[in-house]
Design a protein around this ligand. Structure first.
Ligand code: OFO
Length: 174
């Protein structure tokens, strides 16, 4: 059985994962409108993954006798000045989510809720991977800068990045 404070903290994370899905959906749409299909597909996949992260939490809360709370969401940023800015925001967002997961882990230990602590380890590992991919992408984008040809090639390569990371980690895209 979940304590009230753990239930509240997990429900806060449900909202963050749902908002993450919207954040990446907005990025997917922006990239699609700008004609960069590879980046757009990458973001659509990422958005789907975030929804899965949310659902995993929803199921966990309900299975442990809590009540998953589906709340209203903050609107995401829908336009960007550049792809560089968009990927910078992607990394910042992942760092923010990692901090939130760390805080949850901390609360679960304080409450001696080892089942929740164990459940959260999957999220800890996922965040390490997502931050690493976001950093790699941002490094590449920073090198490309405003070069249109470079961006075109990157748009093609990012599809391989999604496919190859998915091949390494079944079920996980970025
Ligand atoms: Fe939910 O994994 Fe990133 O944010």
């Amino acid at each position: 059985m979940l304590s009230k404070s753990i239930e509240t903290a997990l429900n806060k994370q449900i909202r963050i994962e749902a908002e993450s899905s919207q954040v990446y959906l907005a990025m997917a749409v922006w990239a699609e409108v700008k004609g960069l299909e590879g980046i757009s597909n990458f973001m659509y996949d990422q958005s789907d993954e975030e929804r899965e992260h949310m659902l995993k939490l929803v199921k966990f809360v309900n299975e442990r006798g809590g009540h998953a709370h589906i709340s209203e969401l903050n609107a995401p940023n829908v336009t960007f000045n550049s792809f560089q800015e968009m990927f910078k925001k992607l990394l910042e967002h992942e760092v923010f989510v990692s901090e939130s997961i760390n805080e949850l882990v901390h609360i679960s230990l304080q409450e001696k809720d080892y089942a929740t602590h164990n459940f959260l380890q999957w999220y800890v590992a996922e965040q390490i991977e997502e931050e690493a991919v976001a950093r790699t992408i941002l490094d590449k984008i920073n090198m490309i800068g405003d070069d249109k040809g470079g961006l075109y090639l990157f748009d093609r390569d990012i599809q391989q990045l999604t496919v190859s990371s998915a091949a390494q980690t079944p079920g996980a895209g970025i």
